[in-house]
Design a protein around this ligand. Structure first.
Ligand SMILES: [Zn+2]
Length: 484
């Protein structure tokens, strides 16, 4: 079994190994920051840090390259701390035990931190190299990306001088990323009045399950079922038979497509057979509509313990109608990049219990004004019910520019190096480029990286050959950066 120290490119893997030895989970980044500053001092490179913990290191152009456009190489210094249940590991103090497993490097029982340790290691290898050709280079190591993008949020304007940003934090070698979605979190809370349950009612639990779920951005174009929306749709139909809601529980996170939702309902005994018919009909409809996307969809009715209180009829009618009418899923495709979702939203959480309703909705878009417009529409809908609507965690998108100069340069360089065209991608999720570009609107930005599988999980692994190709592309791109 070969060791990480024997892998090529040698310098990059040496630095990656050093990074693994230094604990650096989000919010415990002091040691890695010290390491980066120590590296700059040791190599006589100009450095600075800022109030939010970002570190910037500068390297002058190599001889003859002084007139090239300044480049910023950027990665984040924190990693997601996840471990298997049976792994003993204390992230703030213990080193990551990385090892070679066939074509991949992975870690013993924990996240590896290839996200974004490989990106960081590549920048250190550029800074230390004596045999590369490049113009003026600034390296921006951002703090605490994985939880709230705190470093990118707090980066000051006017600090960086380069005009081209190479973000090294995407996870599919051979793909160039030129845009990402921004988003905002909408939290809705409302009160409803209750009524005592009368006699002659049968209590049941109506549930939707077996759905695939997924990431509310990256998977939103797949047409999967949203358990909350499907449940509400069925409840809306059942209202004709006098069905009443006692409580409801759907989804768990704003940024996950809800896989399951259930409601405790009261059915008038005279309507039991009619309700069974409606549910059968809904089951057939949903199974047919989602035959490919959700083959395991289950709509079930089971016995439930009686509840003392029901949602008042008026409040129930209004809330069910509004949630049913609330937009959800992909709303518009990009008109500049074919096949890419521009604007979407996900109703991720809905709870109705003890007089309180809560809902979490996450709109995303490549275009900032589209997030605002969709947010206004959703807020207006729920404010009609006197609900409180709160926005938080907003971050801007990065609108793709198909005419970007760095895109043209890198496409050419990639084709020359590897004899094929790279893919061009836009992610319907957040990258730091959105925030960074909002501070430095003149930047020409692009993102690329090696192939990483299962990031943010203990199965995280990075493909060794893709690291070499990623490095080859980085080095050749630096050499090919156009003159100012
Ligand atoms: Zn990352």
């Amino acid at each position: 079994m070969s060791a990480i120290h024997e892998l090529q490119p040698h310098a990059l893997w040496q630095y990656f190994s050093a990074i693994c030895d230094i604990p650096h989970p989000s919010f415990h980044e002091e040691q890695i920051r010290e390491y980066l500053i120590g590296f700059a001092k040791e190599h006589n490179l100009e450095w600075q840090s800022d109030a939010v913990g970002n570190v910037i290191i500068r390297k002058q152009a190599t001889p003859g390259m002084e007139n090239r456009t300044g480049v910023i190489l950027q990665g984040h210094m924190d990693m997601v701390p996840q471990k298997n249940n049976d792994t003993v590991h204390d992230f703030p103090t213990d080193p990551i035990k990385a090892y070679v497993d066939g074509d991949w490097v992975t870690a013993e029982g924990t996240t590896l931190g290839a996200d974004n340790g490989i990106g960081m290691a590549a920048t250190l290898a550029v800074l230390a190299a004596k045999d590369l050709q490049h113009g003026p280079v600034e390296v921006l190591f951002t703090a605490t990306e994985e939880t709230g993008m705190i470093g990118a949020q707090g980066l000051q304007q006017g600090v960086l001088e380069g005009k081209i940003l190479l973000n090294l934090d995407t996870e599919e070698e051979g793909e160039l990323y030129i845009g990402c979605a921004g988003g905002t979190r909408i939290e809705i809370s409302g009160d409803y009045s209750t009524e005592s349950a009368q006699g002659g009612l049968t209590f049941k639990t109506l549930s939707i399950s077996g759905l695939k779920g997924g990431h509310s951005g990256c998977d939103i174009h797949l047409g999967r079922g949203n358990a909350i929306k499907l449940l509400i749709r069925v409840l809306h139909r059942l209202e004709a038979e006098g069905v009443r809601i006692a409580s409801l529980n759907g989804g768990s996170l704003a940024n996950a497509i809800p896989r399951e939702a259930s409601a405790v309902i009261a059915i008038p005994e005279a309507s039991l057979a009619a309700c069974d018919n409606i549910i059968d009909q809904c089951r057939h409809e949903l199974s047919a509509e989602l035959a490919n996307a959700e083959p395991k969809l289950t709509l079930a009715l089971s016995d439930a313990a009686p509840a003392a209180e029901l949602m008042s009829l008026r409040d129930q009618n209004q809330w069910v109608a509004v949630v049913d009418a609330c937009p959800n899923g992909a709303q518009r495709m990009s008109d500049s990049i074919a096949g890419v979702v521009e604007t979407s939203l996900n109703l991720g959480v809905l709870t109705i219990n003890e007089g309180k309703i809560k809902a979490h909705i996450l709109p995303r878009s490549l275009v900032g004004s589209c997030i605002d417009a969709l947010s206004d529409a959703v807020a207006g809908l729920f404010r009609m019910l006197d609900a409180e609507v709160v926005f938080s965690d907003s971050y801007p998108g990065w609108k793709p520019d198909p005419d970007s100069r760095i895109l043209a340069t890198m496409k050419r360089v990639y084709a020359e190096l590897y004899g094929q065209e790279p893919g061009v991608q836009v992610v319907h999720a957040g990258l730091e480029c959105g925030l960074l570009g909002s501070k430095y609107p003149q930047w020409d930005m692009i993102s690329f990286g090696p192939t990483i599988r299962f990031p943010h999980s203990p199965d995280e692994k990075v493909h060794i050959q893709s690291v070499a190709r990623f490095w080859g592309l980085l080095v050749a791109t630096l050499k090919a950066i156009p003159e100012v």
